[in-house]
Design a binder for this molecule. Structure first.
Ligand SMILES: Cc1ncc(COP(=O)(O)O)c(C=O)c1O
Length: 486
């Protein structure tokens, strides 16, 4: 029988060494099996209650914790599988698993320098590097946050501090404030605006054109209407790119508009801001260097595990003014600008050692590795879209501007939108249940689409061909069954 550990056992060095060696072998075997597409389902498709029951029943002391870790590997979503083409989550570079071992062991937080000397210094290196790639000058600086949602919220707070007609941080709201944003923006922008107290009326959603980009021609009239409604617009948010289709707003036009009307321009580049690392694709985000702030997720196309985001400001000093907090136990004065005490500029107090993940990928694989990854993912998405276009039974919903491709299986001309929506929903369910692929779905202009995001650079053309064949097979099986039952 296994006995409970003493506290000394918890910190036993030799047990740690032994378990660590066994675990690294297990992880390498797992990764190899996934890359060779051996045996593993991409997604296990266990029902939520079943999964809960499994882990509830298995809780209890074990002498083989590596076995439990292996079970986690088996029962999880396999983002390292080349047939994972679902949400915008990276297949992390394996070096990041090793980096995580070290950062978890030292447990240095980043809030204040004394609790994270390396972490604060590296964070400055990584955000300076990102700022340069964006095209910012020497007065820029940035911070890292646990995710794009928090980065966007922080950017809106900075925008409000800079552009609102009064100091909301000190005085609370005494004028109705608002932001302008594309109707295709990620929901976290809407959420951030509500957290800022802007309410329904303070989030002005501007329609998009047929390429899912914000209609810049409509901006003047939306701004005028907001003024007439007694709202003070302080910020406009550009998508680079949007979540559903990966479309890039015209950032040049947005910057002209924001300059003309003294608005803060924030670019939500959580997904597609990664193009700043690519010579081939950076023109998708033309004008990004004119924005006041840019958020870029490393955990999407830049190969780190979740969550890992850079939020970079053109004028770095502005973010110091965002949060003016007394915290005598952390720093002497709320007024001084100290880059090395990261919590002065971030929402988070304790914060994981995020920069090490990015630093180690660059150090291990070279400064051009992000460019290679972005180019590969974007090129692959183009290949997938061409394969879809070649098939008469499929409809491509948009030419991909990034690594996101939306399409529909639509074998018969006379099928209604609602029949096609049901068919494509059912196809996805079957595909996901089979475990052969993981793809997601979304709804664009009331039409259900199959949505693939190419996240793994090892996903190949033959994987796409197999996927489309499987969709056709499942689609005709569902249609035949429906006809037989009718
Ligand atoms: C465009 C965009 N912005 C923001 C987010 C939210 O980022 P995070 O998941 O890092 O909080 C996402 C997530 O998919 C996104 O696609």
């Amino acid at each position: 029988m296994t006995t409970e550990s003493s506290l000394a056992d918890v910190y036993d060095v030799e047990q740690f060494r032994m378990l660590g060696k066994e675990l690294i072998d297990a992880l390498a075997d797992h990764l190899g099996d996934l890359q060779n597409k051996k045996a593993h389902k991409v997604y296990p498709d266990n029902a939520p209650d079943e999964e809960f029951q499994f882990w509830k029943e298995s809780l209890g002391i074990t002498s083989e914790p590596i076995q439990t870790l292996k079970t986690i590997l088996q029962r999880s979503q396999q983002t390292q599988h080349p047939k994972y083409m679902g949400h915008q989550t990276a297949a992390p570079a394996p070096i990041s698993a090793l980096t995580g071992l070290v950062t978890n062991m030292i447990n240095n937080s980043t809030g204040v320098y004394e609790m994270g000397p390396v972490s604060n210094a590296m964070e400055r290196v990584i955000t300076d590097f990102t700022a340069k790639k964006i095209g910012y000058g020497s007065s820029s600086s940035g911070i890292m946050t646990s995710g794009g949602s928090l980065a966007n919220l922080t950017a809106l707070l900075a925008a409000r501090k800079d552009k609102a007609p009064h100091n909301v941080w000190e005085e609370g709201h005494n004028k109705k404030l608002a932001v302008l944003v594309s109707a295709e923006a990620h929901y976290c922008i809407d959420r951030a605006a509500r957290i800022l107290g802007l309410g329904d009326k303070g989030i002005i959603k501007v329609p998009v054109d047929s390429n899912f980009k914000i209609r810049t021609d409509l901006l003047p009239c939306y701004l005028e209407k907001a003024k007439a409604d007694g709202l003070h617009v302080f910020c406009i948010i550009g998508c680079a790119g949007s979540t559903a289709t990966g479309s890039y707003d015209d950032l040049k036009e947005l910057s002209k508009f924001s300059e003309a009307h003294n608005l803060w321009l924030h670019v939500d580049g959580a997904h597609g801001g990664a193009v700043v690392f690519s010579e081939k694709y950076r023109n998708r985000a033309k004008g990004i260097e004119k924005a006041d702030s840019v958020a870029i997720d490393f955990h999407k196309m830049l190969m780190t595990p979740v969550l890992n985001t850079a939020l970079v400001f053109k004028e770095g000093n502005k973010v110091y003014r965002t949060f003016a907090q007394r915290a005598q136990y952390l720093w002497d004065s709320p007024e001084t600008e100290e880059w090395y005490n990261s919590a002065k500029r971030t929402f988070e107090c304790s914060k994981p050692f995020l920069s090490a993940q990015v630093y180690l990928i660059l150090k291990t694989h070279g400064m051009g590795i992000f460019e290679k990854n972005v180019n590969q993912l974007y090129d692959s998405a183009k290949t997938l879209s061409e394969l879809v276009s070649e098939k008469s039974s499929f409809q491509l919903v948009h030419e991909p501007e990034s690594n996101i491709v939306n399409f529909r299986y639509a074998p018969h001309k006379n099928m209604s939108i609602s029949e096609l929506n049901t068919l494509n929903t059912d196809i996805r369910k079957k595909i996901v249940a089979s475990g052969n692929f993981y793809i997601v779905q979304t709804t664009i202009a009331d039409q259900r689409t199959l949505r693939c995001t190419v996240m793994n650079p090892l996903t190949s053309k033959s994987d796409f061909i197999e996927l489309l064949n499987e969709i056709e097979k499942q689609g005709s099986f569902i249609l035949n069954k429906t006809t037989l039952l009718a």
